[in-house]
Design a protein around this ligand. Structure first.
Ligand code: PBG
Length: 331
């Protein structure tokens, strides 16, 4: 028998766990579909909807197939998407990223009029568009920071001109936020939101994304520009720098192995904080769920709640549509 303490206090935490209503009443962290952002891969061509290797339930769509997919998302209450372009052809300077008739500008132009309320974000990077798969242009075997900046800035301006609400530089080039801010201002588009992939770590968990986008580097890896997984102080420095350069939203990526980074960023900074629950994190849960090793709905709820509890304001996740549906059913 649990004895009361000497002063008579009978400390029983289980009182508040007695019923579903009681547990919900004292629940500290809730998920809402408003905070979910759905990644969307767009390919060239027509009538394309092809499932991504390693990501069951996630497909790449051609522009003509997008309205149906976006209606599915908005139908369950998702209010924001982030586009990734998969071009028909690539070259060594990533031209497809910043040409006016590139896949992302055309996507945004096509979607904007029929989804006026949807927050349209566009990832800004060269890796999907370069033949070598690196996030910037090369000088020899080096990813050249300062020659890449104007190209990222051009891409951001094209996406904003096409109607993007948010441009999100993910190349991890130093000064990318400020280059983009200046270029947007110079083109009269200073109302465009910049979401910096501020603390983006060199992660094994991007692998399924790279097969989706065909963006795996053809030599070497991304460790000369993406962050060392062990570095939390550096993550704070990267975030601070992005805020100083004019980022409206900052990001920690990936999410699950970096919850402490999210948590510290939440305490240190007051701008909205995004967490990217990346492709490999989706694949892990999907694979285990499909094998019957995990209950998918419960596992996804727990993972997204954890990211939220750590301090993320918005969560970019391939589970957005499913999770929004479950939230509607009263998770
Ligand atoms: C582009 C980019 C990547 C991701 C988002 N933007 C790939 C990479 O850095 O290799 C990964 C997202 C995911 O894994 O879901 N640089």
């Amino acid at each position: 028998m649990l004895e009361p303490k000497a002063d008579g206090a009978d400390l029983r935490a289980r009182r508040l766990r007695k019923s579903e209503a009681m547990r919900r009443m004292v629940r500290e962290t809730r998920l809402h579909e408003d905070m979910l952002v759905a990644p969307v891969f767009v390919v060239e061509g027509n009538h394309v909807k092809e499932e991504i290797d390693g990501m069951p339930g996630v497909s790449r769509y051609s522009i003509d197939e997008l309205p149906k997919h976006l209606e599915g998302l908005t139908g369950v209450g998702v209010r924001s998407v982030i586009f990734f372009g998969v071009p028909g052809s690539k070259d060594d300077v990533g031209t497809g990223a910043y040409s006016r008739d590139g896949v992302v500008p055309r996507t945004i132009e096509a979607v904007r009029p029929s989804f006026p309320e949807l927050v349209l974000m566009a990832d800004v990077c060269l890796c999907e568009y370069t033949s070598h798969g690196h996030c910037g242009v090369l000088s020899g075997n080096i990813v050249d920071n300062d020659r890449t900046l104007p190209l990222l800035a051009r891409a951001a301006v094209e996406y904003a001109r096409a109607g993007a609400d948010v441009v999100a530089p993910s190349a991890m080039m130093d000064g990318q936020v400020s280059a983009i801010r200046k270029a947007l201002a110079g083109s009269g588009m200073d109302e465009t939101v910049v979401m910096g992939y501020s603390a983006k770590h060199a992660s094994a968990f991007y692998k399924p994304f790279r097969s989706a986008a065909g963006s795996a580097p053809s030599f070497g890896d991304r460790r000369s520009y993406q962050m060392e997984p062990g570095n939390r102080r550096e993550a704070m420095r990267e975030i601070r720098q992005d805020i100083e350069e004019g980022a409206d939203i900052v990001m920690v990526k990936p999410a699950l192995a970096y919850l402490d980074v999210i948590s510290e960023a939440r305490r240190k900074f007051d701008v909205p904080l995004a967490a990217y629950n990346v492709s490999g994190e989706y694949s892990m849960l999907k694979a285990a769920s499909m094998n019957g090793w995990l209950d998918e709905k419960q596992a996804v709820q727990e993972v997204l709640t954890g990211i939220r509890r750590a301090g993320a304001d918005l969560i970019i996740t391939y589970f957005a549509e499913q999770a929004a549906g479950w939230i509607r059913e009263g998770w």
